[in-house]
Design a protein around this ligand. Sequence first.
Ligand SMILES: *Cc1c(COP(=O)(O)O)cnc(C)c1O
Length: 440
Amino acid sequence: MRDETRRWIQSDQAHCWHPFTRQDEWCAAGHEPLIITHGQGAWLWDSEGRRYFDGNSSIWTNIHGHAHPVISAAISRQLQKTAHISFLGFSHPGAAELADRLCKFFPEATLERVFFSDNGSTAIECALKMAVQFRLQTGAPQRNEFVAFADGYHGDTLGAASLGGVGRFFERFKNHGYPVTHVRSLADLRALDPGKIAGVVIEPLIQGVNEMRPWPSGMLAELRQWCDESRVHLILDEVMTGFGRTGTLFACQQENVIPDFLCLAKGLTGGTLPMAATLTTGAIYQAFLGAPENAFYYGHSYTANPLGCAAALASLDVFEQEQTLDKLPAKIIHLRAGLAVLKAAHPIIHEVRQCGFVAGIELRQPGGEKFPATMRFGESICQAARAHGLLTRPILDTLVLMPPLCTTLAEIDHVLAALHATLQSPDLDRIWPSGDSLRM
Ligand SMILES: *Cc1c(COP(=O)(O)O)cnc(C)c1O
């Protein structure tokens, strides 16, 4: 190991605190975390000069590849002018243009206002606060509760976390947030009294953190209809699904659904800078006019940061220049076919779940039983995949494949070959000694 790698690891283990991480393991002697130093296209390099395919788009953010020249140049140009401008009391060209372009993706007189913030969680917080305040200002204060879907994920700040349905993350904090009812299905939802509900929140088409679980086709359109009939706002969390992941720019377009609130973050800047947007309708916006106390008193210091806006505008340009969405169907088909071959070759692949260019590969014992949770089988597999040039993370025993949209067919083949090699390597015997039958 190079001296500088050793030095970075020592400093990290002495002082950094990582998200969703068991720090005792992270800091254990002998644990050598990868220090990633740079990227190009869909690839990342570590401080030892090793190259890996970025199989989960750097935690679901990257869209057009790392160090994309168009996005990098746009950020540099903005940086020459200024890195930040307060959006409280001022405006700037980037924010004005970005808001205009985001709204133009939707029919006129639908989503027409954009509130900028910093990340997926704040995009959700904004939508929740707007939804509550809207009811207070339109004579329906009793409609102050939210409905979310079991096993959903909407971020980690307290408000967003109270919507979350993944027990292992949210159980401890459930008494510290909004009143939220969790439902499993539309049937559950229909059984509720809508008179107290401000809004329903959902990850459209596919739940990400819930091991990449797609919704039945048509479900979103039915939910929209129920919301209309029940006068409940539909809040779409497209933090993960936004910007092409599911095959269309936004997932909701696949079922011709327009929400009352649309939350965007991760891919908004192409995966370069933290930035989020909450879009809403003119009808909702109207309720915040008039009396001074009707204003939306909410904001963050870096709201509408000009570097983020420049990156987001450049990312939208790249969608056009590279015809990113037009090229996606062939990649989605190639990935689906490749995953079917992989599944056929490996009995431990229990199920492949794919929605657009996002896939979850669930591993189980060949008999269909889950691996004991304490084994952390999925983690071991992802760790082993590094030796084959693939970086990704599992969710429990589901391997996540979420390649940047710029990934080529040849690169998809690299990913599939890396998974194939990982799943048939002798290492597997070390991870699962009784698993001779895992290999064919
Ligand atoms: C990642 C994610 C969030 C939270 O976004 P952060 O930027 O991590 O706060 C919210 N909702 C969904 C669906 C996500 O995938």
